[in-house]
Design a protein around this ligand. Structure first.
Ligand code: CIR
Length: 331
């Protein structure tokens, strides 16, 4: 259950167990959201009577109808994907392990639009934050926050150039979640945080330091999470090396992380010729896999994982993958 602030009280905003099947794509700007906070207003207005959101499933829901929908008192459980558009300065992005290769901005934007479109098709309500020329890496929004059902933590990205990405992300998330903050000297990138149920692994390395790990652990432990550090070698983030691929399994590049630390889980290894293939995006019913990694997709499918393929080859040149382009949460 994600919670929101309400005049100093904490009110439940969502009840789990139902899904929203809308193709809604609201585009919030932070300023608009602050002055006209329809979702938060709704949360305080519709405590009773609650009707099933699925009972009134809609294929296309525009903003005006969203308001009347809320006014009727439907349970506001929705699956949100917070995304951010690609900066015109993407070619000045941070790079750690790859040599710089020109990124075709128009093509990258087409691929990113397709990513947002696919999330929308799969019933995620996609929030698209605008970007600017000063924020080359802002499309990789995953690194700016860790959102759980109980609390959202604004991170402190390990690359100084990325700190300016934080304020608009805070503005949006604060409408939905109790917020906590990683404070200096701690650094933490969301890409280093893998959550599987109540288990959290934090990659400590270039971008996330020991204090960042401890800070996250301090915020999550009181909510019943087991938070452990994990050692990677040769990759940017923990989630470059391992991700959840289905409800019961992980996909791992064993050259970048020791799979034995996930001994309680079924582990599928990537095809060795596709080192970046572990960055899949598990969406519950289906798992997104990059088009560039067909052999690893075959491996997943042979284990019964239902996959959808998406081309993110331009952002891959910026060391970005599928998880890093969104922050997924229920509200
Ligand atoms: C960076 O180096 O920060 C970006 N060029 C790529 C960040 C990718 N983020 C992620 O995988 N979580």
């Amino acid at each position: 259950m994600v919670r929101t602030r309400n005049n100093g009280c904490v009110e439940p905003l969502a009840v789990r167990g139902e899904t929203c099947g809308t193709g809604l794509q609201p585009v919030f700007s932070p300023v608009e959201n602050r002055s006209h906070n329809r979702l938060t207003d709704f949360a305080t207005d519709c405590r009773a009577p609650r009707k099933s959101f699925t009972a009134a499933r809609m294929t296309i829901l525009r903003r005006r109808s969203l308001e009347s929908f809320f006014e009727k008192g439907y349970t506001p459980l929705m699956k949100f994907a917070l995304t951010r558009d690609i900066s015109p300065a993407i070619n000045q992005c941070e790079l750690t392990h790859l040599d710089r290769a020109p990124i075709d901005l128009a093509r990258a934007r087409e691929q990113h639009d397709a990513y947002c479109g696919l999330l929308s098709e799969l019933a995620w309500t996609v929030i698209r934050l605008p970007t600017s020329i000063d924020l080359p890496d802002s499309v990789f929004v995953e690194d700016t926050a860790v959102v759980t059902n109980e609390v959202a933590i604004l991170t402190k990205p390990g690359a100084a150039s990325r700190l300016a990405e934080l304020p608009p992300v805070l503005d949006v998330l604060a409408n939905f979640c109790e917020m906590e903050f990683v404070l200096p000297p701690a650094t933490l990138d969301g890409g280093d945080v893998l959550t599987v149920g109540k288990n959290v692994w934090v990659g400590v390395g270039d971008r996330t330091n020991q204090q960042g790990f401890e800070s996250l652990r301090n915020y999550l432990q009181p909510h019943g999470y087991t938070v452990r550090s994990a050692q990677t070698k040769g990759c940017l983030h923990l989630k470059t090396a391992v991700n959840r691929a289905a409800s019961d399994c992980l996909i791992v590049n064993p050259n970048w992380i020791d799979p034995r630390i996930f001994s309680e889980w079924k582990v599928i290894e990537i095809d060795p010729s596709e080192p970046f293939a572990a960055n899949v995006l598990w969406l519950g019913e289906v798992t997104l896999v990059s088009k560039s990694y067909p052999k690893s997709r075959d491996r997943l499918e042979s284990h019964g994982v239902l996959c959808r393929t998406i081309d993110m080859s331009e952002l891959a040149k910026a060391e970005g993958g599928l998880t890093c382009c969104s922050i997924l949460f229920d509200a």
